[in-house]
Design a binder for this molecule. Structure first.
Ligand SMILES: Nc1ncnc2c1ncn2[C@@H]1O[C@H](COP(=O)(O)OP(=O)(O)O)[C@@H](O)[C@H]1O
Ligand SMILES: [Mg+2]
Length: 321
């Protein structure tokens, strides 16, 4: 059975089509990522599924029920980690988790869940003394304490340092091993690639691609790149004719090509015939990141967002809304 069905979902805020005809379904036990830049409609979609926002039109089903009418019975079977949760700063994690725990018929131990998310040692500290990453882990603890079948994680690692991020990833992997269904949103493509069985790329409220990370990378519109360093004593004009526009910086050459085998063969035949060794020779295939940038770029993200998404952290910039 599908844990989640979304069919032609639309959400308007005034004239803005924040979600614009989105359809997908998530089988039980799958870790599914909604990947897209800021403002793509991820939080809106997730909040509609959680029953926190009303949709304008379309059909949604969560564990077989409509979240607008599912009420408490449905609410008790799902776990929610909001993108921005507010806590009472004078409570401790243990107090907050104990409070939430009482609302659920099925539940985990308060101390166990705090250990599970890695803030066991902070359980009796006031929330106001916790770091940003520790607060996000407390969010996770609150989402998990009801032992949900289905968990919504809205940007679970935004603002985490690399260590906290790795721990959060491990946690999601544990949830998968426990057979939970997880819908997570992220604007980190490496996170989607690492965690998700399937990824839906959305931009401006529309689905622009859906598949496993491997499938998405394979359908890339981005091209392969042949890279090498100009061999000593060779002038650029000595090189054979290579398919594609040449980009070079000093001695480092990069040739984007849709025919990497042919380009590589021309270059290596030329070099072997002259007993020339071509240093740093490589061909890189498009990654999911390249695919994502091509998809999101073609579907209306700004240049700034695309450039930021190409940085090491591979994140799309936070633009205030
Ligand atoms: N309550 C709201 N009222 C009006 N516009 C909103 C509201 N919430 C979100 N939006 C707008 O809807 C679009 C999608 O937002 P959101 O779902 O938060 O995207 P994401 O989570 O992908 O960043 C954005 O343009 C945002 O500014
Ligand atoms: Mg959001």
């Amino acid at each position: 059975m599908a844990a989640i069905v979304v069919d032609e979902l639309v959400k308007l805020y005034g004239d803005l089509r924040a979600v614009d005809g989105l359809s997908f379904s998530i089988p039980e036990g799958e870790v599914f990522a909604l990947l897209g830049p800021n403002g793509a409609g991820k939080t809106t979609t997730v909040e509609i599924l959680e029953g926190h926002r009303k949709r304008t039109s379309g059909r949604v089903e969560v564990l077989g029920q409509d979240p607008e009418t599912g009420g408490r019975a449905l609410r008790e079977r799902i776990g929610i980690v909001l993108q921005e949760a507010g806590f009472d700063e004078d409570f401790t994690p243990r107090e907050l988790v104990s409070l939430y725990r009482r609302m659920y018929p099925r539940r985990l131990g308060a101390d166990d869940v705090l250990e599970l998310v890695g803030i066991g040692e902070k359980r009796d500290a006031k929330v106001k003394t916790l770091s940003g990453g520790q607060r996000r882990r407390l969010d996770l603890a609150l989402g998990l304490v009801g032992d949900p079948e289905l968990l919504f994680l809205d940007e679970p690692t935004t603002g985490f340092d690399p260590e906290a991020r790795r721990k959060a990833w491990e946690l999601v992997e544990n949830l998968r091993a426990m057979g939970k269904t997880v819908l997570l949103t992220t604007h980190y493509m490496d996170e989607a690639e690492h965690l998700a069985d399937r990824v839906a790329v959305i931009a401006r409220g529309r689905l622009v691609a859906l598949g496993t990370p491997e499938e998405l990378a394979a359908t890339s519109r981005a091209t392969s790149v042949l890279s090498f360093r100009l061999p000593a004593g060779v002038e650029p004009s000595d090189l054979p004719q290579l398919d594609g526009q040449v980009l070079h910086e000093g001695l480092d050459w990069q040739i984007p090509t849709s025919q990497p085998t042919l380009a590589l063969s021309r270059l290596t035949s030329w070099a072997v015939a002259r007993s020339i060794d071509v240093p740093s020779l490589s061909v890189s295939r498009p990654s999911l990141e390249d695919t994502y940038l091509a998809l999101v770029g073609a579907n209306g993200a700004t240049g700034t967002e695309q450039r930021a998404a190409g940085t090491v952290q591979a994140a799309v910039t936070e633009t205030p809304r």
